[in-house]
Design a protein. Sequence first.
Length: 302
Amino acid sequence: MSEYRTLTYEVDDRIARITFNRPEHGNAITADTPLDLAHAVERADVDPAVHVILLSGRGKGFCGGYDLSIFAERSSEDGSADPRTGTVLDPTTQLENHDPGRTWDPMVDYQMMSRFNRGFASLLHANKPTVAKLHGFAVAGGTDIALHCDQIICADDTKIGYPPTRVWGVPATGLWAHRLGDQRAKRLLLTGDCLTGKQAEEWGLAIESCPADELDARTEALVARIAAMPLNQLIMVKLALNSALLAQGVATSGMVSTVFDGISRHTPEGYGFAQRAMEAGFREAVRERDEPFGDHKQNRPS
């Protein structure tokens, strides 16, 4: 078995299980995450023993978004030279491009973020069905991943949303309107509010929600039913249904949203948020961002 830096991979009973494995960091996204994910998805997609791909996270939640410590990385974990040095994936390159005292090159930003999206989109473009099991939290960049899956099942108390729309972020994958419809997507993204898992089911974002202690059993029941289908039928049905989704312009939405995500980090408010995070720490900057909305550590609409 291949070993991954950010996740684990195993197969049993026609199910490929991809599990984010950085629980001590809330499974936060690093530069390795999209590469690991795309490789694992392709591995499952070409394996004739696999009928369905299940994505989940270890620890307290599914994924808490991007790990900002990646911008402090300078070499690979074993101390060898990082092959990303000097490229758009080099944290130093991105730090310099985010310096308010320099001219921002939006395409350097876009080249980096579009590669994250490309890795996450492997879940949507895989021939085989993909299911995301959400618990605890799936916020910010974590939703960029989850929304690419064909089915979402979650615990009732899961926190799901994109609070960075309040400052310093636009969902780069552009999937919210496609998954929720125009008005409900705007209800979330024009406020930065979050849904509970139960609300996600009611709004049609999740196919099913249940008490947290039932999530494992309910998920296994769902993927077992999918896995019982003939593989060729699963592929044909997914391709047929994806054709409608792609015709809506998912690729264009992602491209435009990725550009605006970069712009959002280079507005006066975006620079101010970044500066405050450097001075007081990221958690304090987030607290100050959310405090006027009265929902720090909650972010849920009524």
